[in-house]
Each structure stands twice: as structure tokens, then as C-alpha cells.
Write a protein that binds this ligand. Sequence first.
Ligand SMILES: Nc1ncnc2c1ncn2[C@@H]1O[C@H](COP(=O)(O)OP(=O)(O)OP(=O)(O)O)[C@@H](O)[C@H]1O
Length: 656
Amino acid sequence: MAVSYSKYLTRNNVYAASGVAIALWIIYRKQKRTSAVRGNSRKKQNNEEIHYMITQKTNKKKKPQIDAKFFKQLRQLLRIGVPKWISTEMGYMLLVALSLIGRSVCDLWMIHCFSQIESAIVLMDQKSFYKSIFDYGIAMPLVSIINNMLKFAVGELKIQLRSNVTTHLYDYYLKKYTYYHMSNLDNRIANPDQLLTTDIDKFCECVTELYCNVTKPLLDIIIYVSKLNTNMGINSVGLMTGYLILAGFVLTYIRKPIAHLTANEQKLEGEFRHVNGRIITYSEEIAFYHGNVKEKMTVLASFNKLITHIRKFLRFKTIIGFFDNIIAKYFALSVGFIAMSLPFLSDNHELTKLDVAERSKLYYQNGSMMVRLGQAIGRLILAGRDLTKLAGYTVRVTELQNVLIDLNDGRYQKDMVPGSEHLRPNSGRLIFKNNIIKFDKVPVVTPNGDVLIKELSVEIYSGMNVLVCGPNGAGKSSIFRILGELWPLFGGVLTKPPRGKLFYVPQKPYMSLGNLRDQIIYPHSGSEALRRGYTDSRLEGYLKNVHLEYLLEREGGFDAVEDWLEVLSGGEKQRIAMARLFYHAPEFAILDECTSAVALDVEESMYKYCKEVGITLLTVSHRKSLWQHHEYALYLDGRGDYSFKPIEEGTEKFGS
Ligand SMILES: Nc1ncnc2c1ncn2[C@@H]1O[C@H](COP(=O)(O)OP(=O)(O)OP(=O)(O)O)[C@@H](O)[C@H]1O
């Protein structure tokens, strides 16, 4: 029989359809105009050479896909999330599974209960009706408890997974110098902050959601298939199962691009956050330069890139959603109805021998089960979508993990300058020995293979204060990066005191979160300092040495908590860093232009104090006034040569 569409042509339907058409047209026109305006502004931006750069290598091979590699990566990450078979995480997984079983049993019981209620109404059986309503009322709290227990267990499972994965990766990230190496020696990851925060969270959320979205439908399918098989026969159940397999294949195939679109979205979110973060970090510098307009353009360029991608992703999801709905929901239901009808419409099924009332009751029960079976199948197919999303997060978190493992093992991936292919990072030898710093034929090479000095051979003993000088970019700080083990040794033998006996004071000192005491004793904790015998009065002495005792009164004592990077002036920060040096009292101190903002008289008293307490100084400075505090000068000429000589009467002093 032909379908007659004319009956749908009612006045209300025509109004509704016209409304939707007009709304779509307005959106289309508006978007076209917006993209035209954006196109112009983009051209303008290009003219002004507005672009932001984040040096993250795009690895074309690494498109996330649901394949054996993905399952291997997922298994590895899950082993971190659920480390043992007998563990809290397993306990919560079990609780989730039990709650899901409880919910399926409740669903089944409710189908039975509702069929009793409806049958009692149709048969006008008052007693049976009130009994069923009473049973239903009694069961309600239990159903509610099971539902909320499920939510609780899912929430806790996610928290456990996130804690385990995050702690594991931070163990690597904050081990030795990995956090420094990731941004300075390796090109692979540009935004570890995004990966360590949002991406891990999303990964764990996806895993828990998937666990529920697979377990419950699977459980439902097993329960309903076995019930329906008994009630209706193998044909009906076979039809549904066959459909499930076919639909699963089709949808997995058309959803393939979701994985890399998700991974890309996370990457762009990370870049956007990174660009924003820079404005916060350098707000003062930007403000002095009136750089707001330029920064706005950079931020908007990053934002537009993100939005364009999200919009593209949304369109893709909308189109896929259309097929998802049809295949996973509506068509699944139609197949369900056909499967339902098979025994009822056959001539020789046992059902045909029952009276109408019994058949109606059975139809309701089997129909409800079939609908739920259809929904379970639909949900299972839709879980495929979560799986592709999960593949995106899995790739990103796995990449982070791999890079962290590589860096911990001393393996880096960085674009090297041409001609540096023969250089092998970590090919030098490191020896720990007290009271000596010795570079024995150590090449001074930047992480990207730029050779600043071919072979440096210098021997410095305790008590030999050395001034390091030379033009900008000659490699003065680079020598100390190698000495501080931040940069790898590309050859030779480096002898140095053990960590902790060598202290670095940079030009821009770092101030930690915490109170005033924490700034002096960084990176020790308050209790550690006390254990070592450093009372507040001793710390006050160090503040006096750097002429900062007034801070105690101004800020409200050692326990005052402030954002010290903001609250202290440049010179105050440098003086706090010197007080920190006095507290640690190392064998050797590297002073890298660390008194550039300090008044000359204060600088002099600080240097005198260092000598008094026997700290050997290796100073990088362009100030002539500092030469008097040193006995040796290491001069780098900026062209790869150097000289290491005692400072004598006639020695030429470099600097201003
Ligand atoms: N992380 C890095 N990766 C690659 N090259 C670097 C890195 N850090 C510094 N360089 C390069 O190494 C060279 C030497 O830098 P270094 O900081 O040692 O100079 P410097 O002598 O201390 O100069 P200045 O007096 O200006 O502080 C510079 O050309 C610089 O660009």
C-alpha cells in the first residue's frame, strides 16, 4: 500500500516546517557573512605577520585508530590505572558491575510489575491492582539505592583511575630534570600541562563511561536474549543478533575519523591554553610594551583555529549522528518489532493457542524486553563512538608516557643543526668528587647540536673564585647548564661535586608558592630546615646579610604568604636568592648575573660574606666591579676559543 504523504500537510505542520527552514537559512547566511569577515581579518592578520608558533611535530603516522596497537596502548595505561587484581580499583569495578546487574534485575522486575498493573486495570481486578502498586512502592527505595550506588561507584572508579595515572606520570615528569628536558631538549610535546591535566581526566572519564556503556548493554543482551529465546524462539533472537553484528561493523567504519578529530581538538585546546598562559606569565612586560593588541591577535588566531576545528568536528558529528540514530536506534527498533512479530504471526507457534488476554500480557512483556534489547544493542553500538574517542585520548596520553620514559632514559628527539649528526648526547662521562670542578675535553654544545666550544678543559678547586666573561651568546650560561646536568654531555669527562654541593643563582630568581621562610629555604620544607637546625633567628641573619630584614616587618613575619614573584621587586628577589645561597652554603656557587639589579654596596657585602663562609664562586657578569672578588678569569671569545688565567695586576678587565 502506497504511503499517503498528503495527510501530513496540515496547517500546523506547514508552519513548523517553514519556521525550521527560515531558521536554517538565517543561520546559513549569518555564518557565511561571519566567515567572510573572518577571512578578511585573517588576511589582514597575515599581512601583519600575526602568527603564533608552537613547535609541536605533527606525526602523520600517529592517527589514532581502533586496532591492535590501540588495544595494546589501552591495556598498558589500564595497568597503571588498575595496578593489581586485588585492589580498590577492582573493588569499585566490581561494585559498578554488581550495581549494573542490580539495575538489570530491577528493570526486569519492573517490566513484570507494570504488566501486572496494566493487566489488572484491563481485567478490572482491584485487589491485584493495589497489590501490584504496593509492591512497586516497596521496591522504589531499593531501585533508587541501586541507581545511586552505581553513580557513586562510577565516580570513585574515575577518581581512582585519574589519581593512579596522574601520580604515575608525575613521578616521571618531576624526576630529576625531566620537566626541563621535555621543553628544552625534545620537540615532541609542546603542552605537557594540557596532557597532564585535561587529557588524563578525559581519558579516565572515557574509560569509565565505556566500561558502563559496554557492561550494562552486554548484561541486558544476555538476560533478554535468553528470556526471549525461551519465550519466542531462536529466529527472533537470531534476527536481532545478526543485525547487531552488521550495524556494529558499519558504524565503526563510518566513525573512524572521530579518533583523530578528538586528538586534534585536545591539541588545539592545549595550544590555546598555552598562548593564554603566556599573557598571564608576562603580563607586566606586555603591559610596558602596550602589547595588548598584538597579544589579542595572537590569542584570537589560536582561538579561531580551535573554533574552526570544533565547528568542523560538530558538523561531522551531526552527520554521523544522523546515521547513528537511524542504525543504532530507530532501525534497531524496527528490526526488534519484526523479530517480535515472528512468533505471533506464524500459524503453528504455541502462542497462538493462548487466549487474547494471555497473548496481550505476553506481548507486553516480550515487547518491553525486545524494546530494551533494541536499546541495549543501540547503546552497545554507540559505545563504538566512545571507543573511537577513547582512541584519541589513549594516543595522546601514551605519547606523553613514551616521551617521559625516553627522557628518563636519556633519549631525546630534537631537530639538530646540519653537520651535527656525529654528536651523541650523553656520550661523555660524569664523575662526582668533592671540592673540584673539572672539564676535561668537554665540548660545549647546545641541545640542537650547535657547537659553541669544541673542547673545554678547565680545572677549578675549592677556593678558586672564577669570573666567566665574554660577549653575549658566547656560551657562558651554557657551560653552567652542562655543569648543572641540564644539558647532556656530548663527550669528555666532567668531574663535579655531588648534587647539593653546587648551587645555581640565576638572574631571574624563582620564588615558590608559600611563605617568606619557604623562599629562603627553597627547595627544602619548613620541617626539613628545622631538622637541620635552621631556626627563624638564623634565617633572619641571612636576611640581614642581604639587607632585607625590613621585609619581616613589611610582610608580617616569616609566616606571611604572598605571591612573592609579584610582591617583591627585581632587586629584592635577587637578594632573597642570595639569602637562599647563604642558607644552603654549598661548596661551589654559580652566580649567573644574579646581582644585576642589586646596588653596588650591597653586592659587595654579599660577595664578602660568601668568601667568609667559604663558598667558591663561579660568577658570570659584565660588571667590572666584581673582578676584585675573583682570582681567575675564564674568557670566552664568542668564536669558539677561550682562555683560563689568573687575574693579575695588568689583566684586562672586560665589562662595564
Ligand atoms: N635551550 C637551548 N637550545 C638551543 N640553543 C640554545 C638554548 N639555550 C641557549 N642556546 C643558544 O646557545 C648560545 C649560547 O647561549 P648562552 O646563554 O650560553 O649565552 P651567554 O654567553 O650566557 O650569553 P649572555 O651574556 O647573553 O647571557 C646562544 O646562541 C643561544 O641561542
